[in-house]
Design a protein. Structure first.
Length: 377
């Protein structure tokens, strides 16, 4: 088993949550940075992180880190990286990445230089002048930040937010990783009633069910590193068995509702794919008019934004109607994500806490109304 430095890129605002997850997995040397978390571990840790992480976007192995202020320094840095330890002679190794605040700012030129250097390194090590690249894909990724180069190997393939249960979404789907992070911030563990009154394709209720059951989100999908010859099949088998052993089997009260019957049908189908149909209920309902499902619980929702699905004034009216409907729901902790900067004004009260996120490329605030005593006065 080898000891590797690994990077987990994250959506803005989820870094701390991903770091906490990795610490609970007993990963070593966990370090939280801007939009990423670093840790060290072996092949077993790599498999476990891919299968069990809820809030990370992917797991990448660091191959090299060095300074480069010129194309020649970039070329030499890659040329002296032990790529052959990870990429076989017939492996495909496409390159992608980005540059920021560096002497080298042309992403396409850096991409070409890294590809050229990697080809020479692997060609020399395997004693060939031409690499066929007909085998397994090994996606190389680079970042150049303040002239510091990090060259990594992607082990996830598709992003970890693609759990495998949502083949299609509604008009404005929420990233599964963001939904999981929003739920984690409520401290929901499956005991309270959980309700999403704008469920859409069901992402938030499904992620709540996965958390309640303590089910690893990556159990039903494939990862790129499963094809890597240096990754033992036993690492994946061990991670999956351990994850299944940690699952809970209980009765949960999780409701998703939406005023669009097509969304409700889609949410049902996605819950079945996720294997949590026994833990979630979906129904038609107008969030601003339907009766509260019980006296108290946790409400988490991603209502329509004016800039994406509705006119701004329509969205603002919706927030006002929702606030009035929930005004006396004192035993409900309420959590709402939206891009509307004046949401609190339209909703009718100030949040106890706010947290900044990005839903795709849209800057949002996550409003948390948790202090019931203030509302009862």
């Amino acid at each position: 088993m080898r000891n590797m430095q690994m990077i987990v890129p994250c959506l803005f605002g989820l870094e701390g949550l991903a770091g906490d997850e990795l610490k609970r997995m007993n990963m070593e040397n966990v370090r939280v940075e801007d939009r990423r978390v670093l840790f060290t571990g072996d092949e077993n840790a790599l498999a476990k992180a891919n299968i069990c992480l809820r809030t990370g976007e992917r797991v990448m192995v660091v191959l090299a880190q060095f300074q480069a202020k010129s194309f020649e320094e970039l070329f030499q840095g890659v040329l002296h990286t032990n790529l052959e330890d990870y990429i076989p002679g017939d492996g495909q190794f496409p390159v992608k990445g980005h540059c920021l605040n560096s002497q080298l700012m042309s992403t396409s030129d850096c991409q070409a230089i890294i590809k050229k250097a990697a080809s020479r390194r692997l060609g020399e090590k395997y004693g060939v002048s031409w690499l066929p690249e007909t085998g397994v894909k090994f996606q190389l990724h680079f970042t150049i930040l303040n002239d510091q180069v990090t060259l990594s190997l992607d082990t996830s393939g598709q992003g970890l937010h693609k759990r495998g249960y949502r083949a299609v979404g509604n008009d404005a789907p929420l990233h599964e990783t963001l939904a999981a992070g929003m739920i984690q911030l409520t401290r929901y563990r499956g005991r309270e009633y959980f309700w999403d009154p704008f469920c859409g394709s069901g992402t938030i209720p499904i992620e709540a069910a996965l958390i309640a059951k303590n089910r690893a989100p990556g159990l039903n999908r494939h990862f790129a590193a499963e094809e890597y010859p240096w990754m033992p099949a036993s690492s994946w088998e061990l991670a999956k068995e351990e994850a299944k052993d940690r699952e809970f089997n209980g009765k949960y009260r999780i409701l998703g509702s939406d005023n669009d019957p097509a969304c409700v049908s889609l949410a049902f189908a996605n819950a079945r794919k996720a294997g949590v149909a026994d833990a979630v209920t979906f129904q038609d309902g107008d969030a601003t008019k339907m009766s509260l499902p019980c006296d108290g619980g946790i409400l988490v929702c991603n209502p329509p934004y004016g800039e994406r699905m509705m006119e701004v004034t329509s969205a603002q009216k919706l927030y006002g109607a929702l606030g009035r409907h929930l005004k006396f729901a004192n035993d409900w902790k309420q959590f709402v994500i939206t891009s509307e900067p004046e949401f609190e004004h339209y909703f009718g009260r100030r949040a106890d806490k706010k947290r900044k996120f990005y839903n795709g490329k849209i800057k949002c605030d996550y409003y948390m109304f948790t202090d019931n005593s203030r509302r009862k006065k």
